[in-house]
Structure formats: C-alpha cells, structure tokens
Design a protein around this ligand. Structure first.
Ligand code: URA
Length: 219
C-alpha cells in the first residue's frame, strides 16, 4: 500500500486537524463538520494528482485554452454515519462522482474490548473499471475499511483504489495494508501511535460520529 501522510509536510491542513482534536472547539459541531469537510477537500485535491488525465480544449471569449482534465470515473464510498462530512468534502471537488453508502458498525461482545463489524445497509453503483475512493474518517483498527471492501466486491473490480482517512492509528494502517494490494493508495491527514482497549485512537479526537451528529443511545 502506498501511504501518503499529509501532515508530514506542515501546511494549513494542520490548523483543521488541530481544531477537530481540540475538546473546546469540538463543542461547535458545525465547525467540526466543516473542518472534516475541508480536510476531505484537501485529501481529494492531493489524490487527484495521481489520476489519469486527458486533453481538453476550452473556448474562452478570446481564444482556445488547452488543458488536462481528470478522465477517471470516480465512485465515492463512505461509511455511515461518521463518514458523511468527509464524503461531502470529497464530493465538493469530484463534482461528477457516483456515490456509494454503507452502514458498518461495531457490535460489542460482553468484553468491551472485543467487537465485530456488522455491515447492514449498502447502496452502490457498478465499480467495474472505476476509481474507487473509500472514505472512513477514523482508521482505528482498520476492520471497518476491510469489511466495507469485502462487502463491495460483488459490485465489480475497480481500476484503482484510494483510501481516505482523517486520523489513523498505526495498527489500523498496518491491518489495512495487509488486506489491500500494494497499488492501493492511503491518503491520511494524521497518524497517531496507539489505540486504547476500546479501539479508540489515542490521542485521536473521540467519537467522530457523535461530534458531528450528536450522542447516540447505545442499544
Ligand atoms: N471511531 C471514532 O470515532 N474514533 C476513534 O478513535 C475510533 C473509531
């Protein structure tokens, strides 16, 4: 897997990452969502540099301008619900992308440290020969990303796969790397070292879904 950790090069991206981690700024859920969206825009812009391009001629009022435009058919797939703001950020830049949504959640067993990923809802167009961008804001254990990829397999074989994440833990990145081929790209805004015994990224930011959309009742 080809890993692109964007915070290795300091940039304005660090401002957005710092704000989504900050427990006081997190109280403003609109700002939290918008910052995740802005991070999605930056990750999308960076990954766009690796896509295939084609010549395009634009007629201006004064002449012709030759340029290269992306030619890939892009499918954006996100995991509900935390993935929605990241999805919106990517969709802000990939105007013509098709979209897929999947619900994947952790079903905890009696021991809170142990859980399995349950996939239920899935809506997906054909992925055959397309560019699949799979977005999951928190790459903790990596199990949701891998379970999602397994669930998408009946929809066709993508030409290329880009994984997009905001914050990841090294263990999750290693797990994902074992389960995707070496041509897969991972675009990630920041990498933390550890997971706690409940599978949360430390220092991370907490629960991205709750911060974006409010606390849910556990059932
Ligand atoms: N999901 C989150 O929202 N946060 C984590 O730290 C891990 C998974």
């Amino acid at each position: 897997m080809q890993i692109h950790n964007l915070s290795e090069t300091p940039s304005i991206l660090n401002t957005f990452i710092s704000e989504i981690r900050d427990k006081d700024i997190q109280k403003d859920s609109m700002r939290f969502r918008r910052n995740i969206e802005r991070i999605g825009e930056i990750l999308g812009y960076e990954l766009s540099k690796t896509l295939d391009f084609m010549n395009h001629s634009t007629t201006t009022p004064l002449g012709k301008s030759e340029t290269l435009l992306p030619k890939s058919d892009v499918v954006l797939c996100s995991i509900l619900r935390a993935g929605v703001p990241l999805h919106n950020g990517l969709l802000n830049y990939f105007d013509a992308a098709e979209n897929a949504f999947i619900s994947a959640y952790r079903q905890h067993k009696q021991n809170p440290a142990s859980f399995e990923i349950v996939v239920e809802y899935l809506a997906c167009p054909s992925l055959e020969d397309k560019t699949l961008i799979l977005a999951d804001p928190m790459l903790a254990t990596g199990q949701s990303m891998v379970a999602t990829f397994e669930a998408l397999k009946p929809f066709g074989t993508p030409k290329e796969i880009h994984l997009v994440s905001v914050i990841g833990a090294q263990d999750g990145i290693d797990y994902v790397a074992q389960n995707f081929n070496s041509k897969t790209h991972l675009w990630i805004a920041s990498v933390d070292k550890v997971l706690n015994n409940k599978g949360y990224i430390i220092p991370g930011l907490g629960d991205a879904g709750d911060l974006a959309f409010g606390i849910k009742l556990q059932q």
